[in-house]
Design a protein around this ligand. Structure first.
Ligand code: XMP
Ligand code: MG
Length: 180
C-alpha cells in the first residue's frame, strides 16, 4: 500500500456509477445509430464495463491519441496514433474517456469527429478533474468528479503500470517525484 495514499473509489462504487451512466445512455439513444469510441488506452476497462451495461444496439471502435509536452499535463498538440475504422457520418458518436483534465484532449478529439459529419458527438468520462479545466468542453456523461490527485487503476496508469487494479487509487507523489 506504500505506493498509494488512499483508495479513491472501490470497484463496487465504480460499478454503480457506470451502470447509472449506462442507464442514461440507454434512455437517451433509443432508436439511434450509435458508435461508441473507446479512447485507448486508459478507457479500455471503463468502456468494456459500460458497453456491457448498454441494452441499445451499438457498434464499438477504438482510437488512440497522444499529446506532446510535459508528461503529466496535456499540451494540446494531440496526435492521432490509431484512428477508428467506422464511417461515423450520420451516426451518433459517444467518445468514452477515462479522465478529463485540462480538457484539451477531448476538445481536440470532439472537433476531429465533428468534421466527419456525424449526427452528434457526446462525451462520456469516468473521472473529471473539473478544477483543472483550461478549455471549454461539454461532458454529457460523467461517473465521478474528482479532486486534483494523480489516480491509477481501473485502466488508468502511471508509466503504463497499475492499469489492472480493480479500485481507483491515489498514487503517492513519492512514486513520480522519485522518478523526476
Ligand atoms: P487533458 O488535460 O487533455 O488530459 O484533459 C487528459 C489525459 O490526462 C491524463 N491524466 C491522467 N492519467 N491519472 C492518469 O492515469 C490521472 O490522475 C490523470 N490526470 C490526467 C490521462 O491520460 C487523460 O487521458
Ligand atoms: Mg488517457
Amino acid at each position: 500500500m506504500a505506493e498509494f495514499t488512499d483508495v479513491l473509489l472501490t470497484h463496487d462504487e465504480i460499478k454503480n456509477a457506470v451502470d447509472g451512466v449506462a442507464y442514461r445512455i440507454n434512455q437517451d439513444y433509443v432508436g439511434k445509430d450509435v458508435v461508441v469510441v473507446c479512447i485507448l488506452k486508459g478507457a479500455f476497462i471503463f468502456c468494456a464495463d459500460l458497453v456491457r451495461s448498454l441494452t441499445i444496439p451499438v457498434t464499438i471502435d477504438f482510437i488512440a491519441a497522444s499529446s506532446y509536452g510535459a508528461e503529466s499535463t496535456s499540451s494540446g498538440n494531440v496526435k492521432i496514433l490509431k484512428d477508428v475504422e467506422t464511417d461515423v457520418a450520420h451516426k451518433h458518436v459517444i467518445l468514452v474517456e477515462d479522465i478529463v483534465d485540462t480538457g484539451l484532449t477531448l476538445k481536440t478529439l470532439k472537433d476531429f469527429f465533428m468534421q466527419r459529419n456525424p449526427e452528434s458527438v457526446s462525451i462520456c468520462c469516468l473521472l473529471d478533474k473539473r478544477e483543472r479545466r483550461t478549455v471549454d468542453v461539454d461532458v454529457e456523461y460523467c461517473c465521478f468528479p474528482i479532486p486534483d490527485d494523480f489516480v491509477v487503476g481501473y485502466g488508468l496508469d502511471y508509466d503504463n503500470r497499475y492499469r489492472n487494479l480493480k479500485d481507483i487509487m491515489i498514487l503517492d507523489p513519492s512514486v513520480y517525484e522519485k522518478k523526476g
